[in-house]
Structures are given as C-alpha cells and as structure tokens.
Design a protein around this ligand. Structure first.
Ligand SMILES: Nc1ncnc2c1ncn2[C@@H]1O[C@H](COP(=O)(O)OP(=O)(O)O)[C@@H](O)[C@H]1O
Ligand SMILES: Cc1ncc(COP(=O)(O)O)c(N)n1
Ligand SMILES: [Mg+2]
Length: 590
C-alpha cells in the first residue's frame, strides 16, 4: 500500500507513525512523491508535516522540517532524481503570531493593538479572544468573559491548522483559561511564548483579578520565554512591594525570573521619578537598562500590548530575545512620538497610530484627492540649471508656474546636494498643497518619500516601476517616460498612473534623446491604458499642434524650457495655459 492510498482513507497520522518505525526512508520517499504529484488538502498537509518533522527529528535530533531537513532527505535518497526540494526562498514560511487576549472596543489595546502591531511589523497575527471589553478613552465600561469552551475551540482551530511561531498572551481573565492555554501548547508546541501579564488597564480598571496571581506565578511563568509586567503588575506579582527606582526594578526582575520565565522585562512606563521611559531586561545572567525618551503625550493606551506583540513579531521573524525587545521598544517610542498629537476620544488615555498614517490627514497637510488624468493638462518640470541661470530658487520657480496655471509640478534636479534638495522639496510640497496641485519628484524615490511628495516620475533606466510602487505604497502617483507602445503597456502593468511620452520634438534639456515625433506620440497614446502627457521641446509655437492630435489618452503637455528658461515664468505659463484651453475646445478624439 502506498502513502497515497493510505492518505485517501485516513486522517489519523498515528498509522503513519507506525509505518515510520517499519520503514522511514520508504515512507518519506513515497510521501515526497505524493507531495510532488498532487495538490494536498490542508488536513493532509498537516499529516505530511508531522511525518516529516518526526522523521527528521528522529534522524537528526533537530526540530522542524527546515532547509536542513530537506537536505537530509536528499542525502538519504541521493538516487531519486525526481526528488526536487524547493529552496527556502521559494518556500519561505510566513512569520505568525497568535495573540490570546481580550478585545478592546476602542481598539487602542488588547487584540486590536496586537493585530495592528503585528501588521505594522510585517507579521501575520491570528487571534484567540478571551473576553470582550467595552472600553474607550475614559476607561473600561464592561467586561464579558468568553466561555472556556469557546477559548479552547479557538485555540484548537488556530493551532491545529496554522503553524503558529509565537504565542503572545494578554488578558487571561480566569485560572481555567490559563490551564486551557497551557494544555493547548503542550499539544501544539510553538517556538516561543510571550506573556504580558495584563491585570489592570492604564485607566486603573481590573482586567484579571488577584486570584489569578498564583496561576501566573506557578503555571504560566515557567512556560514563558519572556514576561513583560508593568510596574503595577510587577508589584502585585511580588506581594505588593514598592517600586520607585530603577534599582527596585532590577531586584524585581530578578525575583520574577526566579519564578521560571527565561527572560523578564519590567516596564517602567509609569515610573514617576524618571524623565526617560526605562525598562529593565533580565535574562537570568545580565541586566540591560533599556532607555528611551519619555514622549509627552496622552496617547499611551495600549503601549504594553503593543510592546509585547512587537516582541512576539520579532521573535517570529527569527530575532534573538534581546534584539526583539530592543526593536519593540524603539517601535513603541517611534509610534508614540509620531502620534503624540493625534486626537481620538475625550478621555485622558488616547490610543496611538500603529501604522504611522493618521497624523497627515489629521493635520490636513496631505493632498487628499486622488490623481486625475486632467492633472496632466499643463505639467511644469523644473530644471536646476535654468533656475541657476535666471537666479531664482526652486520654490520661486514653482510658485510662479502655479500662478500661471500649471496643473502639476515635477522637481527634476539632476545636480546639487541631497540635503539641500530635500529642504527645497519640502518647501515645494507646502506650496503645492496650498494650491492643491500635485507635486512629483523626478527619479529620487528617497526624496519623494522624505518630503511626502504626491508621487515620483521615473525613466526607463531608473528604478523599476514595480519596485517604486512597493516603496511608495498604493496612493502615490507614479509616472514613467515611454517612447513606445510596449513601454507604455508595461508601465501600466507594473502599476504606473501616467505615461510621459517623448521627446516629441528635439530639445536642449535632453540633447541626445531620440525624438518620436507626433506619430510616435500618437502610437503610444493609442496603445496606452493610462493617461499620457506629451513631453520634449513643446512650447508656445507647437503646443497647439500636439493637443490638436486629438488622440485618446493624451491629457496635456509637459514643459521645461518653455516656462522656466524665460524671464517671467508666470506670464509664459499663463500664455501656454490659454493656448491649450483654446485647442481643447472642440477637440476630436481619434
Ligand atoms: N510616554 C512614553 N514615552 C516613551 N515610552 C513609553 C511611554 N510610556 C510607556 N512607554 C514604553 O511603553 C512600553 C509599555 O510600558 P508601560 O506603559 O509601562 O506598560 P503598560 O502599557 O503595560 O502599562 C514600555 O517599553 C515603556 O517604556
Ligand atoms: C482588552 C485589554 N487588554 C489589555 C489592556 C491593557 O492595556 P493598557 O495597559 O495599555 O491599558 C486593556 N486595556 N484592555
Ligand atoms: Mg501603559
């Protein structure tokens, strides 16, 4: 009987264990053949995984079916040519944290904070909810504890199917729940257990009563890779001791370590005597004083949950404990600093912004509109040499172009220092925002991100569009210079928003650039799936001719010298704008 036959009829892996003792190599051989020749269902792939991990650990003394395990298999069966084992990069496992915690309706702490922290740190997060709290920035208004059966069922659903790397616990409101969790972890071991012994919310409301303390100390802590109590929790766990100094925190970390966890982090967010936020990390051997500046903000609700989730996330990615803790602390400091002035709720403890995104819209500095094809109507592209020649700053050039009617601006600064360029770019962003005109940066994705420009324009030999898109995110504008229909189609497929097509006419700004003429422009426009702006040698003398092509997708013209190599930028831009408006009236699409 082959493994395939057996898998068809049984979901019980114990029969495979028996087979394994008879002929492990044969079984693995058949298993690999099966794996390669069929699409496996979820339940059979769990069985596969178990067979493999058991076999590999028996043979090698190592845990898990990793690249090492795969190589071991190859070593056992070198003659088997069909045994192609995918390498790690193709077979990368998604780091996965399971949080076992309470829900916070205000979404500042609890499961919601855990999900956001893991998402922000690039780790998948599943959830087992232990309680549902009604909570906001004023405090906790209600707590409903879920049934033990429900918690057990949630644990089983996730752990039996989803290959969790790290479990992180938050609110565990009953002794029975702690026991259920520990039983589940015995059945489905994970790489690490991070315990945030949540007892009291920042607002002072009780989330797990004192009766749980003994279970935490005796049952949960010995299983933990790290425990992360705050000062109140540390005091409660140690019989109500006073914690006023960093030296008190050190002794407390030592006493907690004696209860069995492999590492302890005593969090000092609430240490009144310290102007820094100091946490003490103890690994049983060395103490580390982890310091960050104390951010002055009301938005600290959920810092503890976030810190523990971020530690779990870093561990799931493969970090050592100390670096996981350091990264997590730095992350909390950054999000607090970023979110210090965001304003959610009327109470004294606000949530913060894990995704580092809300501030912009709160400050209303971002251009909220999405990109419109009509934005390309009169596209002004700056040139550092021309500005130098006429003795004007980039900001003055941009202001004048906008005054004259430019509908979009691109900073194309091929010379000069990065620091200086960034400062000018930031000033231009402000000007453009004021007038609700999009600002795009040529080539320099780093500058575009640093000044929060509206987009980037890249050439064929600059950074690939798909990479730019991955870096700048879904909401920035990306433009690409294209000479051919093929390039225009690729630009669209890679995630660009518009095409700049040319040079239409010969130009001094790009002396050796091949021109495509009006015919080339028409071909690109007809093939394109995104709007096109014509560029290259366009001026008052020929702009009308370009627009009167009347071809589909052609939305406007881009100009450099025609406006910036002139004494009065605003006046020239205005003339051009008028001309374009005239030619648009009665335009016929081909
Ligand atoms: N105002 C703050 N500025 C910077 N870091 C802070 C601030 N408040 C708390 N932290 C940090 O946030 C983490 C959570 O700490 P703490 O607030 O003490 O825990 P909990 O949220 O469990 O009460 C710790 O690393 C702490 O140092
Ligand atoms: C459901 C739930 N879990 C944990 C906390 C603690 O978070 P914090 O100490 O930041 O208030 C909370 N308030 N609510
Ligand atoms: Mg706190």
């Amino acid at each position: 009987m082959t493994v395939k036959d057996t898998l068809g009829r049984h979901d019980d892996w114990r029969c495979f264990e028996a087979l394994l003792t008879i002929s492990p190599a044969l079984l693995i051989y058949q298993y690999m053949g099966f794996l390669l020749s069929s699409t496996t269902s979820t339940s059979t792939s769990i069985i596969h995984h178990k067979i493999c991990t058991t076999f590999i650990s028996k043979q090698t003394g190592r845990q898990g079916f990793d690249q090492f395990g795969a190589l071991t298999l190859k070593a056992i069966m070198p003659e088997e040519k069909s045994l192609t084992i995918t390498n790690d990069s193709n077979n990368k496992k998604t780091p996965h944290v399971l949080t076992v915690a309470g829900s916070d309706s205000g979404a500042g702490a609890g499961v919601q904070a855990d999900l956001k922290a893991c998402a922000a740190r690039g780790v998948y997060c599943s959830t087992v909810i232990t309680a549902v709290t009604a909570q906001n920035t004023l405090g906790v208004q209600d707590v409903s504890i879920l049934s033990e059966e429900s918690v057990a069922a949630q644990l089983k659903s996730v752990l039996s199917d989803m290959r969790v790397d790290v479990v992180k616990t938050g609110m565990l409101p009953s002794i029975a729940m702690v026991k259920i969790l520990l039983d589940s972890l015995k059945q489905y071991p994970v790489q690490a257990l991070v315990v945030d012994p949540v007892m009291v919310s920042t607002s002072g409301d009780v989330l797990a009563g004192p009766s749980i303390l003994d279970t935490f100390r005796k049952d949960l802590f010995p299983m933990a890779d790290i425990v992360t109590p705050n000062l109140k929790e540390t005091s409660a766990l140690l019989g109500g001791i006073q914690l006023e100094t960093i030296s008190d925190m050190r002794s407390a970390a030592k006493s907690l370590h004696d209860m069995g966890p492999r590492n302890v982090l005593v969090k000092g967010g609430d240490l009144p005597s310290s102007s820094d936020a100091v946490d003490i990390f103890f690994n049983g051997k060395d103490f580390y004083e982890l310091r960050s500046s104390r951010i002055q903000t009301r938005n600290t609700h959920g810092t503890g949950c976030t810190l523990a989730s971020c530690i779990a996330a870093e561990l799931a990615k493969g970090s050592s404990m100390l670096s996981a803790v350091k990264v997590a602390k730095r992350y909390v400091e950054s999000v607090l600093e970023y979110s210090k002035s965001i304003n959610i709720g009327n109470g004294s403890q606000g949530p913060f912004d894990h995704g580092l995104k809300l501030k912009r819209s709160v400050c209303n500095s971002s251009r909220m509109q999405v990109f419109e094809p009509s934005d390309l109507f009169l596209y002004a592209v700056t040139d550092s040499n021309m500005n130098k020649k006429w003795g004007r700053s980039i900001t003055d050039a941009v202001k004048a172009a906008i005054e004259g009617g430019a509908t979009i601006v691109q900073l194309r600064e091929k010379e000069g220092e990065t620091g200086e360029f960034l400062e000018s770019a930031k000033a231009c962003v402000e000007i453009c925002r004021l007038h609700n005109i999009p600002l795009v940066i040529n080539d320099r994705v780093d500058i575009a991100l640093a000044c929060d420009a509206d987009g980037v324009h890249v050439g064929q030999s600059d950074m690939p569009v798909a990479t730019v898109r991955a870096l700048v995110g879904p909401d920035k504008i990306i433009g690409v210079s294209c000479k051919t229909p093929e390039q225009a189609l690729k630009a669209w497929a890679d995630g660009a928003d518009y095409v700049g097509s040319g040079g239409v006419f010969p130009t001094n700004t790009k002396a050796n650039n091949r021109t495509i003429g009006l015919d080339g422009l028409r071909d690109v426009c007809l093939a394109s799936k995104i709007p096109v702006v014509a560029i290259g040698g366009i001026n008052l003398g020929n702009a009308k001719e370009v627009m009167e092509l009347g071809v589909v997708n052609l939305e406007g013209v881009a100009v450099v010298s025609a406006v910036f190599d002139r004494e009065c930028v605003a006046a020239e831009t205005r003339k051009l704008y008028g001309l374009l408006k005239e030619s648009v009236v009665g335009k016929v699409m081909v």
